[in-house]
Design a protein around this ligand. Structure first.
Ligand code: PMP
Length: 390
């Protein structure tokens, strides 16, 4: 008789754990200082506010906070997201354009299922977010990697590819403090990308988990300010806490309905308790603005510690100053960072090799480092260990 695991589909058998997840396991390994995963420092979690919100939700509204909910998400949360979205894109966003998702990672999976058939083309930041490569890659697309520099996705390179005959259905980019490079998409490029979407008919997936963590960088309008051909992804993972698993997608309402149907089959709805907590915090006047300012100051200092320590201990690394978010990108010209990782872990420090972020096998001498997780003294020690193996 056929063994149980042999009944798995080829897709399931071929599914690979992401390098990120495997490396996150190292965080728990004895003595390894991790510059790898993008885990916010738990010291920043707003625990007191969450305790108050949880007591209110459980005592005050258990019939909704612990009950099944609507697949689209809590109306109050959709409205809060729509108001924020209206302000940022300077044109109206309605609550029925918003789908609450179980982290923005779920939105990526739903978008892949909604838009992509095997062989469809997808343009993506190169280097780009590993979780998007994983989620969209599950649909077996043809990748169109578009270079990222310090001004984000090179929209002129995208235009050349379009002119040469490429026809991506989706263009995926992280607009603010990109994962993995920290780049910010230049306002001119945002406008250009919107123009290209209107002309060539693709959909821009603008993913923005880090936009609230700014080190003095001015805010730029989202791509949706210039085009309706946008799906904007947001999350509370970096601003409140990732364990809540509350994110959202904002799309034309015809698309939101379809995404909601696909979500229904996956998890019925996002945790109602988590949504209650998020609604409570986001409804407090000024709460998010104050929190964003606190997080910006906290991580700016961390980023400076990591950068200074790298300048001292890994002088061969070329990197540009972090402008926000949780990541820094370093290049060690000529060094194979996958091979380096083994030795680094043996020496008690972890990072993510650059090639993990490429659909085209590039960035082999680069690495992504996070300043989010470790305290200043540990950041310095991690940089020292890294320096010793480089
Ligand atoms: N997009 C990007 C660019 C990310 O870096 C992450 C988290 N690392 C996500 C999406 C997913 O975040 P979550 O599912 O926690 O909202």
């Amino acid at each position: 008789m056929t063994a149980v695991h042999e009944l798995l589909t080829d897709d399931a058998k071929n599914a690979r754990s992401s390098v990120i997840r495997d490396i996150l396991a190292l965080v728990d390994a004895d003595g390894v200082l991790s510059l790898a995963g993008g885990m916010p420092d738990p010291a920043t979690f707003p625990c007191d506010d969450l305790v108050g919100a949880a007591v209110d939700a459980l005592r005050g509204s258990p019939a909704t906070a612990l009950q099944y909910g609507r697949t689209e998400g809590m109306t109050e949360l959709r409205e809060l997201v729509a108001v924020d979205c209206t302000q940022r894109r300077s044109r109206p966003c309605a609550a029925d354009e918003v789908l609450v998702t179980t982290g923005s990672q779920q939105a990526l999976d739903l978008l892949g299922r909604a838009f992509l058939a095997p062989g469809d083309e997808v343009a993506i930041d190169d280097p780009g977010y590993l979780g998007a490569i994983q989620a969209l890659g599950a649909r077996h697309p043809r990748w169109l990697p578009i270079p990222v520099d310090r001004d984000g996705l090179d929209t002129h390179a995208l235009e050349e590819a379009l002119t040469a005959g490429h026809r991506p259905k989706l263009v995926y980019t992280v607009t603010d403090f990109q994962n993995p490079t920290g780049a910010v998409l230049h306002p001119d490029r945002r406008r250009h990308l919107a123009t290209l979407a209107e002309h060539w008919g693709f959909v821009v997936v603008e993913d923005d988990p880090y936009g609230r963590i700014r080190f003095g960088e001015p805010e730029h309008p989202p791509i949706a300010a210039w085009t309706g051909r946008s799906v904007a992804l947001g999350t509370t993972s970096k601003t409140i806490a990732p364990g809540l698993r509350v994110g959202w997608a904002v799309a034309p309402s015809e698309v939101t309905i379809v995404l909601a149907r696909l979500k229904q089959a996956t998890d019925l709805h996002t945790s109602t308790l988590s949504q209650h907590l998020v609604v409570d915090l986001l409804s407090r006047p000024g709460w998010m603005a104050q929190r964003a300012a606190t997080l910006g100051r906290f991580y700016e200092e961390r980023a400076r510690h990591l950068r200074d320590a790298l300048v001292d201990h890994v002088p061969s690394a070329s990197m540009s100053a972090a402008r926000g978010g949780l990541f820094q990108w370093a290049d060690l010209a000529g060094v194979d960072t996958v091979a380096l990782l083994d030795r680094a872990v043996a020496s008690g420090v972890a990072f993510v090799p650059g090639s993990a972020f490429s659909t085209s096998g590039r960035h082999t001498s680069a690495m992504r480092l996070t300043h989010a997780t470790l305290e200043p003294a540990a950041l310095r020690e991690a940089a020292r260990r890294l320096g010793s193996v480089v």
